[in-house]
Design a protein around this ligand. Structure first.
Ligand code: SF4
Ligand code: SF4
Length: 427
């Protein structure tokens, strides 16, 4: 398998949305009548369910799902469980979906109040497997191979998104305190704080080493942060954690502080809503809130043919239903008017080379797309380095023929994962 030893100069230079481009006030989204919580799952997970419909739950309560493993969800509302089912997300990823008909008044579960006094790894993993801004907290708490560095990402990963920047701007003091909790639960003392130049003053209040990143897309992606801040180029099959480095959002650090100070599992998150005029709006909503309720609260109307995306315009994932709930790691919702949607085409590649010049991983994208179009996924990985793709979407953005390369790439990676090729290569 090819392993690229360096990153190229990404073109074109697309600037991230800055904190100066968004209102600093965050709009509160009312609690929905129903919240739906999602947990990644596999076939057969519903066979040994221990949670049942009709059960009454409290806000912040741990909801253990199956008898065979210890995974759980944290209820973000008080109410009654009305549905437990399996559903598919992007690229066919399976989830267990738990819907709760929510009551207006929160009754808090007292499990964390009683047992969550000390900020230890055990406490953290017992009460919040996920936090706003991070879907799997255990990736930072590795007992077998502890991390030696954590990068706090104060930038956002896509254009028009400003979720983390809002948090750095509005909650600098809370971030400083959250970093102490982060050190306690991970045992990591070397913390770097990556921010755009405009947020340097706020970041310097944190007391950790501040690294200013040029706010040019896709510099804030974890693999590029690793390269720029630590000089580490990851091979395609290595994660940041494999190299002893955790990358965590500023939102997750503030949520960690809030959890231990208030001794309540965090139930809401900040996200950026990008409306049809490409305006970015910061909102706070319960995890599990359907997208449609957030749009309704902001008076954003959907009509047939509009496109909904979780994430930003470059690397976001399209969704087919406005009932889709927001998850811990949903950083943005984008709504595109049907008149703005640019459809992909089936036209052939003309070998102009724009995608190759744009690719930050220096992949031969024009060749890659030829094999992916023909379903030759192993060839894409072995001959054209598919797995070095950092999923930035720049190739699709620049393609003059509107070939939907990003989607071909994501499909190719998904198919390889299904066939087990990724695991074999890893071994
Ligand atoms: S999405 Fe396209 S441009 Fe970005 S790293 Fe992958 S192949 Fe390169
Ligand atoms: S930008 Fe599009 S048309 Fe040009 S080489 Fe790449 S895939 Fe082919």
């Amino acid at each position: 398998m090819i392993k690229k030893p360096f990153f190229g100069l990404g073109k074109p230079k697309l600037k991230y949305t800055g904190i100066e481009d968004i209102e600093h006030d965050i709009q509160e989204i009312p609690l929905s009548d129903r919240v739906t919580l999602l947990l990644k799952s596999t076939e057969g997970d519903l066979d040994d369910l221990v949670l049942s419909t009709g059960a009454k739950v409290r806000t912040g309560e741990r909801l253990k799902l199956t008898a065979s493993n210890n995974r759980y969800l944290t209820s973000t509302a008080t109410g009654t469980i009305t549905d437990i089912s399996q559903t598919k997300g992007y690229s066919g990823q399976l989830f267990i979906s738990v819907s709760i008909d929510a009551e207006k008044k929160d009754l808090w579960d007292d499990g964390f109040q009683n047992k969550g006094k000390e900020p230890t790894p055990e406490t953290a993993l017992s009460f919040f497997l996920s936090l706003p801004g991070i879907s799997d907290l255990s990736s930072l708490i590795k007992t077998d191979n502890p991390l030696d560095t954590i990068i706090i990402n104060g930038l956002d990963q896509d254009l028009l998104v400003a979720t983390n920047q809002l948090i750095v701007k509005n909650e600098a003091e809370n971030l400083a305190e959250g970093i102490d909790y982060l050190k306690n639960i991970t045992g990591v003392n070397r913390i770097l704080f990556a921010v755009p130049p405009s947020l340097r003053p706020e970041a310097e209040k944190s007391g950790v080493e501040v690294k200013v990143i040029e706010p040019v897309y896709p510099n804030a992606m974890p693999r590029l942060l690793m390269k720029k801040l630590l000089g580490i180029t990851l091979s395609p099959l290595d994660s940041c954690e494999d190299m002893g480095v955790g990358v965590v959002s500023a939102e997750a650090v503030v949520a960690l502080r809030k959890a231990f100070v208030h001794r309540k599992a965090p139930i809401s998150k900040i996200l950026t809503v990008i409306d049809k005029e490409n305006r970015s709006i910061g909102v706070r909503a319960r995890i599990g809130t359907p997208v449609k309720d957030i749009l309704t609260a902001l008076n954003i109307n959907l009509t047939e043919g509009d496109r909904l995306v979780l994430g930003g315009p470059m690397a976001g994932r399209g969704i087919y239903s406005a009932d889709t709930p927001i998850r811990h790691d949903t950083d943005a919702i984008m709504v595109q008017d049907k008149g703005q949607v640019i459809s992909g085409s089936n036209d052939p590649c003309i070998n102009c080379g724009e995608c190759i010049r744009a690719c930050p991983a220096t992949l031969p994208v024009n060749m890659l797309v030829r094999v992916l179009e023909n379903g030759l996924y192993e060839e894409a990985a072995n001959e054209y380095d598919l797995l070095s793709c950092v999923e930035c979407g720049l190739c699709s953005y620049v393609c003059v023929m509107r070939i939907p390369m990003f989607h071909y790439i994501m499909l190719g990676k998904h198919e390889l994962a299904l066939t087990g090729v990724l695991e074999e290569s890893n071994g």
